[in-house]
Ligand binder design. Structure first.
Ligand SMILES: *Cc1c(COP(=O)(O)O)cnc(C)c1O
Length: 412
C-alpha cells in the first residue's frame, strides 16, 4: 500500500467556553513545554510526584493517604474509583444528566454478572444496580437520596457532585449523611467541582472515594492527571476484595506516588511510565490553585458567573443551572429550536460553546479559567453578536453598559 503522510497538524487557538476543557493556564503550558526529557524514575520527576501528592491533599481538603493522580482524563480517575465495585455488588446510582448517566453505565458494567454483561455488553442491565433517575435540570436532593438509600441499603452509593450535563449542583452533604446512616460506601464524581467549589472532602465522612479530572477546575488539559482520593475504609475493602485491573488499581497505582502499604515513602516505585512533562504541568496547576486558594477561586467563579448569567438573562435567555463554572440556558421564545444552529455558528468562529448532550437541547457557556472582566466581556459580546445575527432583539450597547456597571459596582 502506498504510504500516506498528512501535512503537519495545526490546531487553532479557540476560546474554550464550554463545560470543559477549560483554558489551560499559560503557566501550566510553560512548565509542560519547558521540561526536559527525563524518565519516570528520574529524581526530579519522582520528587515532583511526591510534591504534587502533598499539594493535592490540600486542594482536596483531606488527610486521606491514598490521594494521587491517575494518568489520563476524568474517566480514568472515575474508572479507578469504581474498580472496587465487584460483579453482583449492590449499588444505588443517582443520575441527573449526561455524565452521571455514563457513571451509572460504568457501575452497571462493573457490577454486572458475567451473564448479565454477555447479554448486553455495552449497556448491561445489572440486577444489583438501582439507577435513580432525576430529570435534567433538577438537582439531587435530600429527600430523593434518603428514600433510595433507606429503601435499598446498598453496599455502594454513587452521585455526581456537580452534574455538568445539566449544570446542576447535587446535595453532597445529604448524600454523605445518608451513606453513613444506611451503611453505604459513597462514591462521588467531583470532576466538575474540584478547584471550582470551596469544599473539603474530609467534611463528608460517608463518602469513601472521590474522583476528579485535570481539565476543568484544575486548568491542566495537556493530558495529565485525574485527581483521586480514597479513605482508609475504601482501601481496606479493596484490600480484601481485590480489583480486576492492574493499571487502575488504586493500591497499585498509588505506589508511583510514594504511597506503599498505607504509608508515605520518600520516593515512588514503578507502576507505569509517567511523563515528566505531565508531572511538571500538573505540579504547576496545583501550585496555581493553592497560591490563589480554593476559597478565593471559588468566590471568583461565583462573581463572574453572576455577570455572565445576568448578561444572558438580559438577552432574554432563561438560565436553569446553578453551577458557578457554567451557565445552562434556554433561548428566548423567538429563537427556540435554533440552539444547535447558534452553537455551530459560534464554534465555527473559534468560540467553543456547547449544546446539552441529552434532552432537552439547551445552550451551555462555561467560564473555566476565564475569571476576568475582559474574558467575561468577550464571551458575552461574542454570544450577543450571534444572537443578534439570528434575529434576537438585542441592544449590544445596553448589554455592554450592564456588564460595565456590574464590574464597576463590585470593584474592590
Ligand atoms: C467532564 C466530566 C466527566 C468526564 O471527564 P473527561 O475528562 O472527559 O474524561 C465526567 N464527569 C463529569 C461530572 C464531568 O463534568
Amino acid at each position: 500500500m502506498a504510504q500516506q503522510i498528512f501535512s503537519q497538524l495545526e490546531i487553532p487557538h479557540t476560546l474554550a467556553a464550554g463545560p470543559g476543557p477549560g483554558n489551560t493556564d499559560p503557566r501550566v503550558l510553560e512548565r509542560f513545554t519547558n521540561s526536559g526529557v527525563a524518565d519516570h524514575m528520574q529524581a526530579d520527576v519522582l520528587r515532583g510526584m511526591i510534591e504534587a501528592k502533598l499539594m493535592l491533599r490540600q486542594v482536596f481538603g483531606t488527610k486521606n493517604l491514598y490521594t494521587f493522580g491517575v494518568a489520563g482524563t476524568g474517566w480514568s480517575g472515575l474508572d479507578t474509583m469504581m474498580s472496587a465495585v465487584q460483579p453482583g455488588d449492590t449499588v444505588v446510582a443517582f443520575v441527573n444528566g449526561t455524565f452521571s448517566s455514563i457513571d451509572g453505565l460504568t457501575l452497571r458494567m462493573k457490577a454486572a454478572t458475567a451473564d448479565e454483561l454477555a447479554a448486553n455488553p455495552l449497556n448491561p442491565d445489572a440486577a444489583s444496580v438501582k439507577i435513580i433517575d432525576v430529570p435534567h435540570g433538577e438537582s439531587i436532593t435530600n429527600s430523593v437520596i434518603e428514600a433510595a438509600l433507606g429503601e435499598h441499603k446498598p453496599k455502594w452509593a454513587f452521585m455526581a457532585h456537580w452534574e455538568t450535563g445539566s449544570g446542576r449542583i447535587n446535595d453532597v452533604q445529604a448524600f454523605s449523611v445518608a451513606c453513613e446512616r444506611y451503611g453505604a460506601m459513597g462514591l462521588v464524581d467531583a470532576v466538575s467541582s474540584l478547584g471550582v467549589a470551596n469544599f473539603a472532602i474530609d467534611d463528608y465522612p460517608g463518602v469513601v472515594a472521590w474522583a476528579s479530572c485535570p481539565q476543568k477546575g484544575i486548568c491542566c488539559l495537556p493530558l495529565t492527571y485525574a485527581p483521586v482520593s480514597f479513605s482508609d475504609k475504601y482501601i481496606e475493602v479493596l484490600q480484601k476484595s481485590g480489583a480486576r485491573t492492574f493499571v487502575h488499581h488504586p493500591i497499585l497505582e498509588a505506589r508511583h506516588w510514594g504511597i506503599v502499604d498505607g504509608e508515605d515513602i520518600e520516593k515512588g516505585t514503578y507502576h507505569r511510565t509517567h511523563s515528566g512533562y505531565a508531572v511538571a504541568a500538573f505540579h504547576e496547576a496545583l501550585r496555581l490553585t493553592l497560591e490563589e486558594s480554593v476559597s478565593a477561586r471559588s468566590s471568583s467563579y461565583a462573581f463572574h458567573e453572576r455577570a455572565l448569567r445576568t448578561a444572558v438573562e438580559s438577552m432574554g435567555c432563561t438560565v436553569t443551572s446553578n453551577m458557578t463554572s457554567l451557565v445552562v440556558m434556554n433561548l428566548p421564545q423567538s429563537l427556540e429550536g435554533r440552539e444547535m444552529e447558534l452553537v455551530q455558528i459560534c464554534r465555527n468562529r473559534g468560540f467553543g460553546i456547547w449544546p446539552t448532550l441529552s434532552e432537552p437541547v439547551q445552550i451551555r457557556i462555561g467560564i473555566l479559567n476565564q475569571l476576568s472582566q475582559v474574558s467575561i466581556t468577550e464571551i458575552v459580546t461574542r454570544f450577543a453578536e450571534v444572537m443578534q445575527e439570528a434575529g434576537a432583539d438585542i441592544d449590544l450597547d445596553q448589554i455592554q453598559r450592564g456588564l460595565d456597571g456590574y464590574y464597576t459596582k463590585h470593584a474592590a
